[in-house]
Design a protein around this ligand. Structure first.
Ligand code: SF4
Length: 323
């Protein structure tokens, strides 16, 4: 059985957005009671609409944000409250690829400086070795090492994302959080970047948390998928099972909106249109988060929040599957 590298247990990341000293406390529950695991060499896909909390979850795992509850175990060690040198050592093993290849690269730094920077911060290798590693990484991600002195503005979006990937590899990590790495790119470039990530994963024995809003892309790259809605993980399972037979009403609706390239199938496909308001993540009531948009809601759904239920190898949080 594959080793579990990352275990997230009842994780909560909340933000206090109270305005004014005497105003009522306003808490955004961006990630609320989320649990899942990622195995060695696995790609775990995290999918959901914009604003569902998936980027916050990724950033909390990398410890850009501090959780307010729950635990994150990396290879058995609880890293939820690491500080100082211990946190720095964790960052050597766990890196992140950011969504926006335009905003995530410092325009005043050359490509060589950007890729070398993590090694400088961690004081790894001598200067000559760092230069060799930078040249190697640029080759690995499909860029010309001769362009080491160029600036990000001289590259296309796809090339910039390759620079971001090279930077994430410079500390030779074991685990990478890929935060929507292709969503800002042209469709023609997206497949190239996905192929590159898959190739690097095989060569370097990496595990990925792959965040995206496109369910078909997540299904392509991931072995297991977690579907996120309003800070909650509503369904977790094998990617083929979730894609071909979603159980949670939100997963069904998300899947029904995926375009099918075959016009014959597309014509007969029934689209589930989600009506109703998306509730505010500020002080949400303790009921099912999907209640206001769910076509299957019953009275029970407005009384309590459904706990995760095991259906085969899958985990679903919905009263329809309560035993
Ligand atoms: Fe819909 Fe109720 Fe299931 Fe929530 S618990 S998804 S409201 S059926």
């Amino acid at each position: 059985m594959a080793e579990t590298v990352l275990k997230v247990e009842n994780l909560k990341t909340h933000f206090d957005v109270t305005k004014g000293l005497f105003a009522k406390k306003q808490i955004v529950k961006a990630v609320d009671d989320v649990s899942f695991e990622v195995n060695q060499n696995e790609t775990f896909g995290l999918v959901g609409e914009s604003g569902c909390g998936k980027t916050t979850l990724g950033r909390t795992i990398v410890r850009i944000y501090d959780p307010v509850g729950g635990h994150i175990y990396y290879r058995g060690q609880d890293i939820s409250s690491l500080k100082g040198d211990d946190l720095k050592a964790y960052h050597k093993k766990v890196q992140m690829i950011f969504q926006d290849p335009y905003a995530s690269l410092n325009p005043r730094m050359t490509v060589g400086e950007i890729v070398r920077e993590p090694m400088n911060i961690h004081n790894l290798h001598d200067p000559k070795e760092r230069d060799d590693i930078v040249a190697d990484l640029l080759k690995i991600v499909g860029l010309n090492p001769d362009h080491i002195r160029r600036y990000p503005s001289e590259f296309s979006g796809g090339q910039r994302q390759r620079i971001g990937i090279a930077r994430s590899l410079s500390l030779d990590p074991e685990f990478i959080v890929c935060d929507e790495p292709i969503s800002a790119l042209d469709v023609s470039i997206q497949a190239q970047v996905i192929n590159l990530l898959e190739k690097i994963q095989k060569e370097r024995d990496l595990s990925y948390l792959f965040i995206a809003h496109d369910l078909s892309m997540v299904k392509h790259i991931s072995q297991r998928i977690g579907v996120m809605y309003l800070g909650h993980l509503v369904e977790v399972g094998d990617s083929n099972e979730v894609y071909h037979d979603p159980l949670h009403p939100y997963s069904k609706a998300l899947l029904s909106s995926v375009p099918i390239p075959d016009p014959r199938i597309s014509r007969t496909k029934q689209r589930i249109v989600m009506s109703g308001e998306i509730p505010s993540p500020i002080n949400p009531p303790p009921v099912c988060p999907f209640l206001s948009r769910c076509p299957y809601a019953t009275a029970r759904c407005s009384e309590a929040k459904p706990e995760p239920v095991k259906i085969g190898t899958r985990q679903v949080s919905c009263f329809l599957y309560e035993k």
